[in-house]
Design a protein around this ligand. Structure first.
Ligand code: DER
Length: 230
């Protein structure tokens, strides 16, 4: 599909920024997976050498392991040179909603640690205002999900516990927590204060607002059927 072509184009353009010896933050989701595949191919062809990856999910860990990309834990690295990850929404100030894949806890740790954080998206992710359509994920301790749901509702949000597809009951994250997906009917105009307000609720571990973390956004878009990146 066109969207897949856009994702592939931005994934490749991000990999072109990688240099030998880098410690890389490897994101989660379908666009990041294409980036990891491309990285694995270049390592296999010895076009890239001495790369160390830090993953942001079991998804990334499984894929990178299958591709033979050397991995280290976050605690084992002194820094991250470049982190590459997808996003669900990007606003004009480069603020993000992430967490469509419920991986935003480790993704934000890696993004915050990286010297350069590059986001790879297809053009459908660009929005004027966050949370008008894409739900904001909030990772909560399993024992606290109901009271957190009520506190978010008091803040004016619609709140849904994210249910699993091929498992009975709610999804469980890589950290063993649950996810509440929330929507403010007028969207989020001040992501900075909203991020800290939500994370300050007892029982909340993290939410999918990524504020002032992005250094560069690579966008695949279709201009006269060409996929361009900017
Ligand atoms: O879950 C995540 O944060 C992913 O990075 C998501 O934001 C983007 O996933 P996609 O590339 O499959 O659209």
């Amino acid at each position: 599909s066109l969207q897949d072509q856009m994702k592939q184009a931005v994934a490749i353009s991000a990999v072109n920024q990688i240099r030998d010896g880098m410690i890389l933050g490897l994101g989660s989701g379908s666009t990041a997976a294409l980036m990891i595949q491309e990285l694995g191919a270049r390592i296999k062809k010895k076009e890239l050498n001495d790369i160390v990856g830090v993953t942001t999910s079991f998804q990334g860990e499984v894929l990178a392991t299958e591709l033979g990309i050397p991995l280290k834990s976050l605690n084992a690295v002194s820094h991250i040179d470049l982190a590459i990850d997808g996003a669900d929404e990007v606003d004009p100030h480069f603020q993000l909603i992430k967490g469509g894949g419920a991986c935003h806890v480790q993704e934000k740790l890696v993004a915050a640690r990286a010297k350069k954080f590059v986001v790879v998206v297809d053009s459908t992710k660009l929005v004027d205002k966050l949370n008008l359509s894409f739900l904001l994920p909030v990772e909560v301790l399993p024992g606290a999900w109901h009271q957190v749901k009520e506190q978010l509702e008091e803040m004016g949000a619609e709140v849904k516990l994210r249910m699993a597809q091929r498992k009975a009951g709610p999804i469980v994250t890589d950290q063993g927590n649950l996810v509440l997906d929330i929507l403010f009917k007028d969207g989020i105009s001040d992501p900075m204060s909203m991020e800290s307000r939500i994370n300050n609720i007892p029982g909340v571990l993290e939410n999918g607002l990524f504020v002032n973390l992005v250094d560069q956004v690579l966008v695949g878009e279709i201009n006269n059927n060409e996929v361009s990146v900017r």
